[in-house]
Design a protein around this ligand. Structure first.
Ligand code: KIV
Ligand code: ZN
Length: 394
């Protein structure tokens, strides 16, 4: 680990574990290997490949990913119980760089309804889990599930105890997406101060209130140096913090967020596309960075500004995140500038009068539809110019 006071943030990808365990996202072993290849190319620091006790398939996936990508740190999840930890250790047996990730819930709600156990019992189990995991792996991470609804004094006690037991990373998940940024930042700052440089404080945010990325960033500003996240933000319920959004926020707003990751951002879109081809759904069209509309412009004022200078309406170059190019979508809000450009791409240099006429007909069509296709634009051009496409292009 690099100096903890540095601004280097470790990216712990859990697409193949927390992401995979959500509806419509389960993956077979070959699919996990296909996705792992993208994650490795992306440069994630830790790749959580599965929860070996959960199924034979998960066990084999952790084993296969850690062998295929032996130079990458591969993590396997385990509850703070012997059987889980031994299974995780077995799955990672041939890994060159392994991490056992043990967890137990620490909030009173979970203690009462899930476990019916006291705080002391849970503390003892957390410590015993880390101690056992350390007999198999040097690198052990502990997660206090539902940390954000845990009594902070007790959370600090658990955190210090697992660090003393040998955990190198303590993850404080916002398991149910309950936190708001300044509150989460305060909690993280307290734990960072308590552990000092004895362990890395990690964050893992769910998106139930749409705050997972904001919470993760607030946590990093407060001193957390590992972020757990997924491609396309997939994960339990509303999902996990989106890897691409956090990484791009750091990259684009370096002035405000001077944090470094090793992510090769040009691989973000290919990784997102690969995931979409494996699971049952893709990102929503207006999803930041990787959604279909993330680099599409429809409004005439925007298109005009974009055509004069891209910086007017784009804060990132699409190719910097692996998206081949921006798109100007022609619809009822589009203007002459973009329409003229499209006519040019279709092989027609129109006079001003012709463009005016094409524009009138185009808006009449666009008013009735969600967007206008190239063949429809061509049809209008032919109507106005009275020339067949081949002749007009010549
Ligand atoms: O959301 C959560 O608390 C988790 C832990 C198992 C890390 O996924
Ligand atoms: Zn989670």
């Amino acid at each position: 680990m690099e100096n903890l006071v540095s601004n280097r943030v470790y990216v712990f990808d859990t697409t193949l574990r927390d992401g995979e365990q959500s509806p419509g996202c389960s993956m077979t072993l070959p699919e996990k290997l296909r996705m792992a290849k993208h994650l490795v190319e992306l440069g994630v620091d830790i790749l959580e490949a599965g929860f070996p006790i959960a199924s034979e398939g998960d066990f084999e996936s952790v084993r296969a990913v850690s062998q295929e990508y032996s130079w990458v740190q591969v993590a396997a999840l385990a509850r703070s119980v012997r059987g889980d930890i031994e299974r995780a250790a077995k799955a990672l047996e041939k890994a060159k760089r392994s991490r056992i990730h043990t967890f137990i819930a620490t909030s009173d709600i979970h203690l009462k309804y899930k476990f019916n156990k006291s705080r002391q019992q849970i503390l003892d189990e957390a410590v015993a889990g880390v101690q056992l995991a350390r007999t198999y792996a040097e690198d052990v991470e502990f997660s206090a599930e539902d940390a954000t609804r845990t009594d902070p004094d007790y959370l600090e006690q658990v955190t210090l105890s697992v660090v003393a037991a040998g955990a190198r990373t303590v993850n404080l998940p916002d398991t149910v997406g309950w936190a708001v940024p300044h509150e989460y930042g305060q909690l993280i700052a307290r734990m960072v101060k308590a552990v000092g440089d004895r362990a890395v404080i990690s964050v893992h945010c769910h998106d139930d209130l749409g705050l997972a990325v904001a919470n993760s960033i607030a946590a990093v500003q407060a001193g957390a140096r590992q972020i757990e996240c997924t491609i396309n933000g997939i994960g339990e319920r509303a999902g996990n913090a989106s890897l691409e959004e956090i990484v791009c926020a750091f990259k684009v707003r370096k002035d405000q967020l001077p944090f470094e990751t090793k992510i090769v951002t040009e691989h973000l879109y290919p990784a997102s596309q690969c995931l979409t081809s494996i699971i049952t759904f893709g990102p929503q069209p207006n999803k930041a960075i990787v959604g279909d509309n993330a680099f599409a412009h429809e409004a005439g004022i925007h298109q005009d500004g974009y055509l004069k200078n891209k910086a007017t309406y784009e804060i990132m170059d699409p190719t910097s995140v692996g998206v081949p190019e921006s798109r100007l979508v022609l619809g009822k809000h589009s203007g002459r500038h973009a329409l003229n450009q499209r006519c040019g791409h279709l092989g027609f240099q129109l006079s001003k009068d012709q463009l005016d006429e094409v524009y009138q007909l185009f808006t009449a069509v666009a008013d009735k539809k969600k967007g206008v296709r190239n063949d429809e634009i061509l049809h209008i051009i032919h109507q106005v110019t009275g020339t067949p496409a081949a002749a007009a292009r010549a």
